[in-house]
Unconditional design. Sequence first.
Length: 59
Amino acid sequence: MRLLKAKDVAERTSVSTAQIYRMVKDERFPAPIKISDCRRGWLESEVDQWISDCISRNR
C-alpha cells in the first residue's frame, strides 16, 4: 500500500487540490487517512479506483 500527498493526487487526477478537498467534503472523493496531527494521505488504490469509476461512468 502506498499513500499519496494531495499534490500527487492532484497530478494523478488532473483536479486541483482545492477541488479534491471540496469533493471529499461532499463525499464524492475518498477521504484522506490521518498520518499525524498535520499530515494526511490518500490510499493509492482508492484514488485509482475513483479514476476507474470516473472512466466507467463517462464511457
